[in-house]
Write a protein that binds this ligand. Structure first.
Ligand code: CMP
Length: 138
């Protein structure tokens, strides 16, 4: 296994309900370094660009509305095997199917308001980290 970097997002439902402290604590307790972090509000165009791979899906319009409904926190996370380990810590997209002890099991509202995002592959991480962060930021 090698040291990897991945993108983590705390989505609007997480901030709206004031869960960011607990979420950051879980990330750190699970051995991730937060190399870079910022709070921001996506524009519609930025949300559509970030989720472009889902543009043909029926949930795309609602997803982009939700992701622009309030601030988010973007993070560059680093550890050994970070990409897979962050997805394991997040749990399944649908919180009803998420394993006990995962973030989505414990915090998510529903399939859309699922509290966190993570890159799903090395190729996604290579696209998503620079979407939010320049090299000057870590
Ligand atoms: P995320 O991991 O950020 O990737 C796409 C997002 O679309 C997903 O989390 C959910 O927030 C949202 N979404 C809403 N409905 C669905 C669905 N049916 N399948 C997958 N993702 C969905």
């Amino acid at each position: 296994m090698s040291i990897e970097r991945t993108l983590g997002l705390i989505k609007p439902d997480g901030l709206e309900r004031g869960k960011q402290g607990q979420l950051l604590d879980r990330i750190l307790q699970n051995g991730f370094k937060i190399l870079a972090m910022k709070q921001l509000k996506l524009t519609r165009a930025q949300a559509e660009a970030f989720y472009a791979e889902h543009s043909a899906r029926p949930f795309f319009d609602s997803l982009c509305s939700y992701m622009t409904s309030g601030p988010i926190i973007a993070m560059t996370l680093e550890k050994e095997n970070a990409i897979a380990d962050w997805r394991t810590l997040m749990g399944a997209t649908n919180p009803a199917k998420a394993d006990p002890g995962t973030i989505r099991k414990d915090f998510a509202v529903d399939m859309e308001k699922n509290t966190v995002h993570g890159s799903d592959s090395p190729a996604s991480a290579a696209r998503e980290v620079p979407f939010f962060f320049s090299q000057l930021e870590y």
